[in-house]
Design a binder for this molecule. Sequence first.
Ligand SMILES: CC(C)(COP(=O)(O)OP(=O)(O)OC[C@H]1O[C@@H](n2cnc3c(N)ncnc32)[C@H](O)[C@@H]1OP(=O)(O)O)[C@@H](O)C(=O)NCCC(=O)NCCS
Length: 172
Amino acid sequence: MIRLEPLTGHHDRNGFDCGVEALDVWLKQTALQHQGKGISRSFVAVPADESAVQSWAESGYPVQALSILGFYALTSAFVLTEDLPARQAKRYPRQIPVTRLGRLATRSDMQGQGLGRLLLADAVNRAHTAAQAVGIAGLFVDAKNEAAARFYQRYGFIPSTDQPLKLFLSLW
Ligand SMILES: CC(C)(COP(=O)(O)OP(=O)(O)OC[C@H]1O[C@@H](n2cnc3c(N)ncnc32)[C@H](O)[C@@H]1OP(=O)(O)O)[C@@H](O)C(=O)NCCC(=O)NCCS
């Protein structure tokens, strides 16, 4: 019912609303610019096909073929091991390469239906695939708030010892 694919200019970025304005604005104004410069890669969840569009519509969701149901963005980054959980930090030199999960959001009227979990699993898979070819210790995220941090913790991310909104998922 849902397809995950790279963001393009064809997707309806203006129709996306996750309830956090900064994330909506970033998707509308910045995501494609950064992608064009190779600074980040964004991936979107869209209806898989026309029958998915119809089925969403019948369930009361105003969805079009190019509607964005959710998205996330990945970048490369270096983090200092002092930003990692203490027991992870011991394994590494002072600075390590990671994939940063810069943004993750789902449409506000579809939250709580498993879409965030699907997007996060896709992000982890992509980071894992990239890590076969380029050195990446794990995924790192700066959660927006405590609720978002709890969401990531459900899926194995561990908060930094001193900064609980910074979370890390080791890939190895
Ligand atoms: C955070 C967000 C991406 C979660 O997406 P979602 O589609 O609602 O999540 P799911 O339906 O896949 O939920 C998966 C699980 O996480 C839990 N969960 C969802 N949001 C949560 C939250 N804020 N705090 C704690 N747990 C949460 C769900 O209860 C569910 O648990 P279950 O599998 O035991 O039922 C979404 O709420 C969102 O876009 N929020 C606004 C933007 C934002 O804050 N993004 C985070 C940026 S760092």
